[in-house]
Design a protein around this ligand. Structure first.
Ligand code: ARG
Length: 281
């Protein structure tokens, strides 16, 4: 991607500090679009598995070249959306709150992800309420932002708060294209966020404005290419290459932009963040 101001970016990135992260990812070997549980998915159009794997590999390489550690969970035949690891759990301070999927097609992913963590000695909690992991929970230093409206039940917000001991702030999503919180908002660092206001209810917009007066406000054009499904380490922001307006604004604010092409995975409604579950020690 060629954007203006590249030289400026290199000069200003010194202002931002990133931290090395640990991510869990799932190779999309069985990825396809065979059912529809969000408006992005068209089973008649399907998806190209080999191309999805190539794009996913470039995402994984991007993380590794930024110095992040990537662990892998084995994909399961018959679970085409398992590549969207963000939905598999929520991990804060080494404690793993398990996912409980809203749709029958994905229910088996919850136990598969929870087992991965239990087998490695993590403290886990099997959820009593419907929630789709980091798809709907985004963790900041002092709070966890939690989406509801399409997938995650508000009762799960309370359950997560109780288990993790960090305040959970409920946000209501209202546009079916932005069915998970991570399709409409991402943390820039531990204290600030970027988001697309129109994806939220009027009350939740007020809450976001109050909590994040300095937030980066994204345009409809950037939201519609799933530009907000991005992953920041505090300095480097990995995001869909098509989100060019967002990329410019991030550079202006001193972030290093790492564009990726995940167009094949977008056919299932997913982007970089969806493919990435952060393991927070
Ligand atoms: N097809 C998947 C679903 O509808 C996509 C999940 C995307 N994941 C995410 N974290 N937003 O559940």
């Amino acid at each position: 991607m060629t954007l203006p101001f590249t030289a400026t970016t290199a000069a200003t990135t010194g202002q931002r500090t990133g931290t090395a992260r640990h991510y869990l990812m799932c190779r999309p070997e069985f990825f396809t679009v065979s059912y529809s549980i969000n408006p992005w998915m068209d089973p008649d159009a399907g998806a190209d598995t080999a191309r999805a794997v190539q794009q996913w590999e470039s995402l994984r390489r991007a993380y590794e070249s930024l110095g992040h550690r990537v662990s892998l969970i084995d994909p399961v035949d018959g679970l085409p959306d398992m590549v969207f690891a963000a939905n598999g759990a929520l991990i804060v301070e080494g404690r793993v709150y398990g996912a409980r999927f809203a749709h029958a097609e994905r229910v088996a992913e919850g136990p598969a992800y929870l087992r991965w963590f239990a087998d490695r000695g993590f403290e886990t909690l099997e959820a009593s309420f419907t929630n789709e992991g980091e798809g709907d929970y985004l963790t900041l230093d002092e709070m966890i932002l939690a989406g509801t409206g399409f997938r995650t039940d508000v009762a799960a917000h309370m359950e997560a708060q109780e288990f993790l001991g960090r305040p959970v702030v409920t946000l209501r999503l209202v546009d079916p294209r932005f069915y998970h919180l991570d399709t409409a908002l991402f943390p820039l660092d531990g204290t600030n966020v970027a988001y697309y206001p129109e994806a939220f209810s009027a009350g939740s917009r007020k809450v976001l404005k109050r909590l994040f007066p300095d937030a980066l406000i994204a345009s409809a054009a950037d939201a519609e290419v799933l530009g907000l499904n991005a992953v920041s380490d505090g300095r480097n922001v990995v995001l869909n290459a098509e989100a060019t307006g967002l990329a410019l604004e991030l550079k202006r604010r001193g972030y290093e932009v790492v564009p990726v092409d995940l167009s094949e995975l977008r056919k299932a409604g997913g982007g970089p963040k969806c493919c990435t579950l952060e393991i927070r020690p």
